[in-house]
Ligand binder design. Structure first.
Ligand code: PLP
Length: 379
């Protein structure tokens, strides 16, 4: 038998009812039947994004929506401010540079986050900055940005606030309109519990003004083209019909649960996981604003984190993630976003205890599990 569990911070497991929804025969992407699905997804996405604005859908991975944001609001020579707190912050820098921006970076250090006041100071020093880019949840480190405060800072400036919520949307409460987020991008394969392949972006009236004024020569990722098609309940090109079946199913499930319940579940799973690893004598990697999407953990000094990942996978059928770039071998990451339950966490912690013991770390078996259980059994 080969039973497996997926606790990586993307892709994440897809619920069986969503897999079944995606087994429907393909229909044409311009048909009335498909437009009805598209319309329902438009409405559901607005609720999920907590916005009155259109949420644009791209057939792409999350990076596609990041590129769409940059391609439509950055002209060569524009100044962009990036909070670069990890691997995905670097992606904003690389994208902005690819589109000719002069990028100023705030480097809080991996595992850390800067206060919104640092961004306010940069915007004061250079009021011409076109946009501020950040990650709601920096998946490489498990650290969150102070989105609400950043929204307040950017609202009173000429700069747009562009947020990568690829791994945060659907796990963390992000009231897009209320917090003044100008462009919020996300992807399908994380807290949205879908396979990879869809990307999303909401665009505020302030951002639309910039898009219209700049009129950048973007084609596949043109926000304007995508909006025009969406208003007719379709994509500009061939839609990913199968994934849209899944999206409709997921949005219905999430509406049934309610956003508050979903966020509370993520908070609890996160607290349980963090309590467990601390009880095992391990250290959390996130020093500021630890995320409820995943738990990043420092491997004990004499153990390669990749060995922990490999032993969990090969010995227990549990896939978690290692560290990226300079964190490879140093940390491991357990995801609790999307279709993950308390039982999944208990199982993972129990297996982790065994793996750590096998690798020579002194562990009292059951200690992590007990700490997680204590959190999970709270009302
Ligand atoms: N941004 C964040 C915060 C992510 O976690 C990821 C994926 O891991 C991405 C961007 C990139 O998304 P994709 O791999 O879907 O292009």
């Amino acid at each position: 038998m080969n039973k497996t569990y997926l606790l990586t911070p993307g892709p994440t497991p897809v619920p069986p009812e969503v897999l079944l929804a995606m087994a429907e025969p393909i229909i044409h992407h311009r048909s009335p039947a498909f437009r009805a699905i598209f319309r329902e997804c438009r409405e559901g996405l607005k609720r999920l994004f907590q916005t009155e604005q259109e949420v644009l859908i791209f057939v792409a991975s999350g990076t596609g929506a990041m590129e769409a944001a940059v391609a439509n609001i950055i002209a060569p020579g524009d100044r962009a401010l990036v909070i670069e707190a990890g691997k995905f912050g670097e992606r904003w820098t690389e994208l902005c540079q690819a589109y000719g921006a002069a990028v100023e970076r705030i480097l809080p250090g991996w595992g850390h986050m800067c206060p919104a006041a640092d961004v306010a100071a940069k915007l004061k020093a250079d009021p011409g900055i076109r946009a501020v880019f950040c990650q709601a949840n920096e998946t490489s480190t498990g650290v969150c940005a102070p989105l609400k405060e950043l929204g307040e800072v950017c609202r009173n400036s000429g700069a747009l606030l562009v947020v990568d919520a690829v791994s945060a949307l659907g796990a963390m409460d992000i009231p897009t309109d209320r917090w003044g987020i100008d462009i919020l991008v996300s992807g399908s394969q994380k807290a949205l519990m879908l396979p990879p392949g869809l990307a999303f972006a909401s665009v505020s009236p302030k951002a639309w003004k910039v898009v219209e004024q700049l009129n950048r020569p973007s084609y596949y990722f043109s926000l304007t083209k995508t909006l025009k098609a969406a208003q007719k309940d379709q994509g500009p090109y061939t839609s990913a019909v199968t994934l849209m079946y899944g999206l409709r199913a997921v949005l219905r499930m999430m509406a049934d649960d309610g956003l508050e319940t979903i966020f509370a579940r993520h908070r609890k799973l996160s607290a349980a996981t963090k309590a467990a690893v601390l009880a095992l004598g391990l250290t959390l990697y996130a020093k500021d604003n630890p995320s409820d999407c995943l738990t990043a953990v420092e491997a004990p000094a004499n153990i390669d984190a990749q060995d922990i990942v490999a032993k969990l996978r090969d010995g227990h059928g549990i896939t978690i993630a290692g560290g990226q770039a300079q964190l490879k071998g140093k940390i491991f990451r357990i995801s609790h976003m999307g279709y993950i339950s308390g039982s999944d966490i208990l199982l993972t912690v129990a297996a982790l205890e065994q793996v750590l013991r096998d690798l020579g770390h002194s562990v009292q078996l059951g200690q992590g599990v007990a700490a997680a259980q204590a959190v999970l059994s709270q009302p």
